[in-house]
Design a protein. Structure first.
Length: 326
């Protein structure tokens, strides 16, 4: 049974609310859309799973997890992105999401109300895929970045490549946000971050990190002028309205950071993960108190709930959950 503890009430978290997995969890993602916000997808070495998280709005004590479907993935699940076409409030229900796999392929899954699944495979990247995301309005396109120095846009229906942006370094993150659906953010390992105009396929803004390698970048939904990321063992925050160097930076993880995610509910709060171990930290911009910290067994993935201050992270055969007290 899941533990009922794990509220962010101390600087170090000793126990968490969790639900089990049959594999070490390498990727986890809450649906970012209001109509499907209870859904969570998580994956491991060979399968991807869908479940429903039912939360009490005030705490985690009445948390319930309902497993829905397991899907054979055939390779390690590295990234998961939900489509806005997913729906549970209409008939027929449809769950749609895409994954980046360890075999350099993208997969788009469609699951019906009887849990029958159809998979479309997108091939073309020549190396490891580091990130992928659906366009957040229509869900008709997927963007992906890879170690092959490209960002690619794909048509979901035809599985064909729409366009390709050549990069000077491996692509580490690609982000769309609903507030700016005509803009696509692409981050490169060398520390360069560019925002492209989708219509012209040209970058109109560029900024850089203070150091390298850049590991991960996220674009804030709560405050779209903020971009944050992790570089080496630090986090950095940019105000993109000022075209400037990072407005703040600080050490995140002694042995290296690997992930950065903004809280979707509140401006200025973000989570990082890194080493040693699968260490999770939560920071608030402008506050100098020690971050809230948790240490997990090896796993991967980091995701915030779309309208609750709840964070999910993958662990050793479990998905762990915490609630932040705002």
């Amino acid at each position: 049974m899941p533990s009922s503890r794990g509220i962010f009430a101390a600087e170090e978290i000793e126990s968490t609310c969790y639900f089990p997995s049959t594999e070490v969890v390498t990727a986890v993602e809450f649906s970012p859309y209001k109509d499907t916000s209870k859904l969570i997808a998580y994956g491991g070495e060979s399968r991807v799973c869908i479940g429903a998280c039912i939360f009490n709005d005030e705490n985690l004590h009445d948390f319930k997890f309902e497993h829905q479907v397991d899907i054979l993935h055939g390779t390690r699940v590295d990234v998961i992105s939900w489509s806005p076409q997913s729906t549970t409030n209409q008939y027929p229900a449809l769950l749609r999401f895409c994954t980046a796999g360890g075999d350099r392929k993208l997969r788009c899954f469609s699951v019906d109300s009887k849990h029958n699944s159809i998979v479309q495979i997108f091939e073309g990247h020549k190396s490891y895929i580091n990130d992928c995301i659906f366009d957040p309005v229509q869900g008709n396109a997927i963007a992906s970045v890879s170690d092959d120095h490209t960002c690619r846009l794909w048509d979901v229906e035809t599985r064909q490549e729409i366009t390709q942006f050549r990069l000077l370094s491996p692509g580490v993150s690609v982000k769309w946000i609903p507030n700016e659906p005509n803009k696509l953010l692409v981050a490169q390992k060398n520390g360069t971050v560019k925002i492209y105009d989708i219509a012209s396929h040209r970058p109109f803004m560029s900024f850089s990190t203070l150091a390298s390698p850049l590991k991960c970048v996220d674009w804030s939904i709560a405050n779209p002028i903020r971009v944050g990321g992790v570089v080496s063992n630090e986090w950095e925050i940019w105000d993109i309205s000022q075209y400037s160097s990072p407005q703040a930076c600080k050490e995140a993880h002694i042995e290296g950071a690997c992930n950065f995610k903004w809280c979707k509910l509140t401006d200025g709060i973000f989570a990082t993960s890194g080493y040693p171990g699968n260490q999770i930290k939560v920071f608030q911009v402008g506050h100098h108190k020690n971050p809230v910290t948790a240490n997990l067994k090896v796993g991967g993935g980091l995701s915030w709930h779309c309208h609750l201050p709840i964070l999910a992270a993958g662990g050793d055969r479990a998905v762990h959950l915490w609630r932040l007290e705002l």
